[in-house]
Design a protein around this ligand. Structure first.
Ligand code: URA
Length: 237
């Protein structure tokens, strides 16, 4: 693989940025300073350093995306813009969203290529919490709260697990669920006699939506977030 491409794939910069850095003598391969971006390297065998620090290819990557409305939670789609179209990672072609948010739902979506972690986080038996901010068409009342909190029937094989509700305003609640049925939150509120008019996921397990990320923006999970997620996956939250 070309040296400049390899560095791009490690997210060290754009192609033109890394070319400049190579020409400036900031990159060495097997302890020899390189000046040519076209140099061929063997990613698995060569020891590449950038500014004296070893560059290590990461097999697994973890992104936190602030999903905007209007994009679908799929990897590729012929007609619609997908959440992966928003992620500018040219290296890892095997990325996918951890679960789905509806096209009109906004908020936290994890994107990774770590299938085992995603499987655990989505596994019903692990009870990983998902917290949503729900704006409602009608005032939320005690009867609706009781229905959501007692574990309701929405046409699934079994009643849902009890949800946790925090009332924020007359028509705005926070709802925490541990399952991930199709359109679950919307169906729950509908079955309770209300209607979701806006939905935003603000937390999954211990990972909270980074409100400093504008809609459509993404960032890598920090080391601490990833550690917490590894803990969440075991279902002990
Ligand atoms: N529940 C829904 O109804 N929609 C979502 O996008 C997520 C949870």
């Amino acid at each position: 693989m070309r040296l400049d491409r390899y560095l791009c794939e490690l997210n060290l910069g754009t192609r033109s940025q890394v070319k400049k850095e190579i020409k400036a003598g900031l990159v060495s391969v097997n302890e020899v300073t390189m000046r040519s971006p076209e140099e061929q390297i063997r990613p698995a065998a060569d020891h590449v350093c950038y500014k004296g620090q070893p560059c290590v290819y990461e097999e697994y990557v973890y992104y936190l995306l602030h999903k905007p409305a209007g994009v679908v939670s799929a990897t590729r789609d012929r007609k619609e813009r997908t959440v992966l179209d928003l992620i500018g990672d040219g290296t890892h072609r095997d990325l996918f969203p951890v679960g789905r948010l509806d096209k009109d739902t906004e908020g936290l979506l994890l994107i990774t290529n770590d299938g085992a972690l995603a499987h655990d986080l989505l596994s019903p038996g692990r009870h990983v919490e998902k917290e949503y901010e729900c704006h409602l068409a009608r005032p939320f009342d005690a009867g609706q709260q009781q229905l959501l909190e007692q574990g309701m029937e929405i046409g699934e094989k079994r009643p849902l697990a009890p949800a946790v509700v925090h009332i924020l305003e007359e028509k705005k609640i926070l709802l925490t669920i541990t399952e991930g049925k199709f359109h679950q939150v919307k169906r729950m509120l509908q079955a309770a006699g209300n209607e979701v008019v806006y939905l935003k996921r603000i937390r999954m397990g211990s990972i909270v939506l980074d409100e400093t990320l504008p809609k459509g923006a993404f960032r890598r999970l920090t080391k601490e977030e990833l550690e917490r997620l590894q803990h969440d996956r075991s279902g002990h939250l």
